[in-house]
Design a protein around this ligand. Sequence first.
Ligand SMILES: [Zn+2]
Length: 430
Amino acid sequence: MKVVQAYRFALDPVPAQERMLRSHAGAARFAWNWGLARCVERHAAQGRWYSGAELHRLWNAQKKADPALSWWAENSKCAYQEAFRDLDRALRDFVKSRNGQRQGRRLGFPRFKKRGRCRDSFRFSTGAIGCARAAVTLPRLGVIGTHESTRKLARRLEAGTARIMSATVSRTAQRWFVSFTVEVMRDIPERHLRPGSAIGIDLGVRTLLAGADDQGRVIEVRGPKPLRAALRKLKRASRAHSRTIPGSANRRKSAVRLARLHARVANVRADALHKATTDLARQYETVVIEDLNVAGMTRNRRLARAVCDQGFGQARRMLGYKTTWNGGRLLVADRFYPSSKTCSGCGTVKAKLSLSERVYRCGACGLALDRDLNAARNLLQLAASGAESINACRAAVGPGPAGHAVSKQEPGTRQRDKTRTAPRQHGTAT
Ligand SMILES: [Zn+2]
């Protein structure tokens, strides 16, 4: 089966390459802003925007006619073209979000990008893209060293079981990364190694995840809680940052430090989730989780920290594709199923259960059980009963940043998750 996967590597560019990386990112930013200005103009006059292809044509005519734009040739034409595509998609997503056709957080109108205030990134979708040993090849930029080996992807490319669809270069906390969107042929077993095994998972606030399986076993994965642990460090760093003078060298330095701390936290969290979800997908054919409204929860600032810390959305996405790769499936209980408020012993539903109540105490049957575990047991029971409130989640992995989608659904189910992020497969932990 063909699946789309992302392979991400940290780059070690030499100074000349670093300059070219910056130049390409600048080109992409310029193209985005240029295209957005054209779209705003046209919308004011004719009530509609340009498509990505129209912008590209317009740009091709303009760049030759206007001597002030003669620098365009210093960068790959891909950088401009892909920026127009991104803008096209951003405008469409904005309309969909406004019309309620797009799940998740409401999207605003695309904004102009400002140097130093936006994410530096650009993409190649054609040309010489590849990797070997500890280096990648990119159009115009040539061979750039990587921070770690690219062996796993290189082997697949050699064997012909993978095809690179695009390469996105971006900068996070002063470090450049390349993320390949790759179409991979995977051998997916007909049946899971442990047919019939099932587990209910509660993605908790306190624990990374709590599970109850069909054998009555209890699984608890304590998250590294990297954010909370590093919070003091982060707090101190951000306080120090706010004391620095805007525009000063010290402020720049402290901003870099702050960004590094954030990036590190995200890496530790992703690694912990990868380990936990890989284990679960290997051990259980059916994994049941709750459909949490992550976008809605993140608005609550207190809880946001815990939610982001533990990465609900990330866990769910990982479980989605990893269960598929193992011949299993991920079931997502309806958002309104009261998994936490229901007694897993007798089925009584409580009217209220505050988040601070860590132990579920049933007034009807006297059951006292850890809150997360109680929820996990309910989810497991839901899977066994085959209740209609369960929907099969999108099985295969989501599309990469280039927007190519490969997805498989259970027949008759609606595609629920529209998250547009490719999973991080092989990355770095810096
Ligand atoms: Zn009870």
